[in-house]
Design a protein around this ligand. Sequence first.
Ligand SMILES: Nc1ncnc2c1ncn2[C@@H]1O[C@H](COP(=O)(O)OP(=O)(O)OP(=O)(O)O)[C@@H](O)[C@H]1O
Ligand SMILES: [Mg+2]
Length: 301
Amino acid sequence: MAKQAADDQKRSAAQGPSAAAHHNAHPLTNGAHLAIFGLSHAYRKADGKVLKDVSLEVQPGEIVALIGRSGSGKSTLLHMMAGLLQPSAGEVVIDGDRVRKPSPRWVMMFQAPSLYPWMTVAQNAALGLRFTRRGREAQTRVPEVLELVELSEFADRNVQDLSGGQQQRVALARSLAPRPDLLLLDEPFSALDVFTRRALQRDVRAIAQQLGLTLVLVTHDVSEAALMADRAIVLASGPGRIAGEVDLRNQDQAQEGVRDVNSADFKRAQTRLTDLYAKVVGADAASFSGHQDDSSEKETV
Ligand SMILES: Nc1ncnc2c1ncn2[C@@H]1O[C@H](COP(=O)(O)OP(=O)(O)OP(=O)(O)O)[C@@H](O)[C@H]1O
Ligand SMILES: [Mg+2]
């Protein structure tokens, strides 16, 4: 593992301008370009496909939500983007490199914050850097990321004394510390109450935009997708495949990109996504009950 991290570091040091940006004091990063080609996956051959022929392109700095029912393969797809799982067929390409293993350039954040309870907020936030042998950067970088997630005043607090939402902010700070180009979120807010969740959804969108990060977010919450994403991709189940997508950027003409769940634009975006999602889930249900509808054309709303 340590060797792998060292290799990654060497590789990123040997790269061009985007790698150079990682090592100067400027807090901005350039988001990754993500391309997925013909991805299919079966965990065990006997069990059949979990994902079938998924192709997708995400532009640098774009925020994309993957939405689908439980079991539609969202986490499987995200794990493959993160290099934590190799697909049975197809490939994931980030900034021109085929993804074969995890890297500090593409970081995944999970539903549970998984912090070390005996460490402080700052120590937990520094872990991503320590694991990639960049511990020396922690002294300057940790205060920066704690400020981003609005936890500066909690730096020396024990993480056990924090609320669930604050703990998730620490996990976010830890993910951001190594300056990834791509952040992959697997339902990171689902355990939080609605007010905490809304605040984090807004803040994470704002932080991703501020840093120019590319963000892929898995959710089964339509309002979360509509509030956070530029574009939502709807997955159908059995096997998981892309059924259609909804552009959500209609909301951003108003007030400099600050989205408001009470605005007419948000409600319009949410309705379009709800309609497509309901249609896809309805088609899934029909095929489960034997009314196989094979008109699996992709839809854009
Ligand atoms: N390690 C594994 N081994 C075998 N099958 C698995 C494994 N992980 C997931 N699966 C199966 O693959 C399918 C897709 O699972 P996945 O976790 O990707 O779905 P999901 O869309 O993330 O669901 P949820 O919304 O419940 O998190 C499911 O049928 C699941 O049972
Ligand atoms: Mg999942």
